[in-house]
Design a protein around this ligand. Structure first.
Ligand SMILES: Cc1cc2nc3c(=O)[nH]c(=O)nc-3n(C[C@H](O)[C@H](O)[C@H](O)COP(=O)(O)OP(=O)(O)OC[C@H]3O[C@@H](n4cnc5c(N)ncnc54)[C@H](O)[C@@H]3O)c2cc1C
Length: 470
């Protein structure tokens, strides 16, 4: 086994150059990890996992040659963008080769409201370039400065912008993806429009994403607002109504209960002790109307700053989506999280969770557009009833058993959960098309080498001691 690994290292070093083949030390350790440590459950499962080597191909030809060599050597192949995933998505469970996409990062074109990019292109770079020509990304994670297009589409779901455009799965957002197969002679397969769903949020188990066409939105100049009120319900009523005001052009609608705002140390001087807050990105031209509406509802604007163009900190997005959890863990390492989608009766669901788990859950809400929106040219129309209240509530971790009780309660009361405490993609997201994903994997990964162990329902895992679940 060691001899085979050594041979592969020599072969890959010759292909990508010595500087781009990492085979030990802290650098390999770092390239084998993501932010799985948010979860005490995954920390226990994944802490010792590491790749045997990482390769950084710098061209399509090098990438093909690296994949073919891995195929011949029958080793696991795990793609990596910026490594900001949360569920050990790019942590290799059985060693093998991490393919780091950071050198495959070209923006190929930004014509006609479509960004055509290599998978390793950073979202922050794409956003900055798109804004120069009057466009912006439709949706991006709060890690947008650092994370890659390929990593977002293969590991993420949505975020900033999803209040208007939905997430990566929403019809029309992804125009096409080009996937490289893992075979003796790797082939490129282009998936257009809804076909691309076979590759989205699949953790790189259904091919290596090499190129993406992502539709853009006309750019808007935003203000960043923080709104504060003495009580949760008053703020919730106003924020929920604001999220459903379709004439307000928004990129973010978030609400936090106290003490979550106390974790945001750099914002301390703007925040009022004990008060819940909402964060909004809103078309600057509409700020006066929004602030007046809040004020008449007894909600005060305590922070207002334009979002710089080209983008430059401060970004209030740094406190939202799964950044919130990061600030909380920094302040209190016993904090972990769940990812939830609430129903139309969300107020009742909040009350039930508080009743059953008093003092154990803190609400962090994110509003998004459901998938039933309609596209007309570059604008989006939706029904206010299609706005969905989701979020990433914080949980004070007591034990794995207690965490499972919270997850079971959510299921019982109709709260959708994308479980962030598992490495299995089927449990970490919504996959109405898992059968399609499995069938596509059969076509592109005949030796089941791509991120083995992550697609739990795939019947073949040559590296597992136990057969995969069916
Ligand atoms: C602080 C914080 C905040 C976050 N906020 C959000 C958020 O708002 N919204 C959200 O959706 N997610 C969020 N996440 C999760 C994560 O940031 C996103 O999923 C992000 O887009 C991942 O991008 P990445 O380049 O770091 O991907 P990685 O972590 O490197 O990879 C993610 C997955 O995609 C696979 N992959 C990467 N590149 C390719 C490729 N070229 N081909 C095939 N497979 C590939 C990897 O194998 C892995 O399974 C957050 C995470 C953190 C730590």
């Amino acid at each position: 086994m060691v001899a085979r690994t050594d041979e592969l290292k020599t072969e890959l070093r010759a292909l990508v150059g010595a500087d781009n083949l990492i085979d030990g030390g802290d650098a390999l350790e770092a390239l084998s990890k993501d932010f799985y440590w948010y979860s005490p459950v995954l920390r226990r499962q994944l802490d010792g996992k590491r790749a045997d080597m990482a390769a950084r191909p710098g061209s399509m030809e090098e990438l093909r040659a690296v994949v073919a060599a891995c195929w011949r050597a029958r080793v696991p192949v795990v793609a990596r963008g910026a490594g900001t995933g949360n569920y050990g998505q790019c942590v290799p469970l059985y060693g093998g080769v991490v393919i780091d996409f950071s050198r495959l990062d070209r923006i190929l074109s930004l014509d006609g409201g479509v960004a055509r990019v290599e998978a390793g292109a950073r979202l922050g770079t794409i956003e900055a370039e798109a804004r120069k020509s009057g466009w912006e990304l439709r949706c991006m994670p709060s890690t947008w400065v650092k994370s890659t297009m390929g990593g977002f589409l293969c590991g993420g779901s949505g975020g900033i912008g999803s209040i208007t455009w939905g997430g990566i799965n929403a019809p029309g957002n992804v125009k096409s993806v080009a996937m490289l197969t893992c075979e003796e002679e790797p082939r490129l397969i282009r998936l257009e429009e809804a076909e691309s769903l076979k590759a989205l949020h699949a953790y790189g188990t259904t091919g290596l994403m090499v190129e993406v066409e992502m539709r853009l939105a006309p750019k808007v100049d935003y203000d960043q607002l923080i709104l504060s009120a003495p009580d949760w319900d008053r703020l919730l009523d106003w924020t929920d109504a604001a999220a459903r005001r379709l004439e307000w052009r928004k990129r973010l609608v978030t609400q936090f209960e106290w003490p979550i705002p106390s974790y945001f140390k750099p914002l301390a001087r703007h925040l009022r002790a004990g008060e819940p807050v909402s964060f909004l990105l809103i078309d600057r031209a509409q700020t006066p109307e929004v602030v007046a509406s809040a004020s008449s509802a007894g909600v005060d604007c305590v922070f207002q700053k334009p979002l710089a163009d080209p983008p430059r900190p401060p970004f209030i997005t740094d406190y939202t989506w799964n950044h919130t959890t990061l600030w909380a863990i920094k302040a209190d390492p016993t904090v972990t999280y769940i990812q939830a989608g609430f129903g139309p009766g969300f107020r009742g669901q909040f009350a039930e969770l508080r009743r059953r788990f008093p003092g154990e859950i803190l609400l962090h809400l994110e509003w998004t557009a459901g998938n039933a929106k309609m596209m007309r040219g570059n604008a989006v129309w939706m029904n206010p009833d299609e706005v969905v209240v989701g979020g990433i509530p914080l949980v004070f971790f007591r034990s794995e058993g207690r965490l499972n009780e919270i997850l079971a309660c959510c299921e019982e009361i109709g709260v959708f959960i994308a479980n962030p405490h598992t490495v299995h993609l089927e449990e970490g997201g919504r996959h109405p098309n898992i059968a399609d994903k499995r069938a596509f994997k059969e076509r592109v990964d005949p030796r089941a080498l791509l991120n083995p162990g992550k697609m739990k329902t795939y019947p073949v895992n040559p590296f597992a001691r136990e057969p995969a679940a069916t």
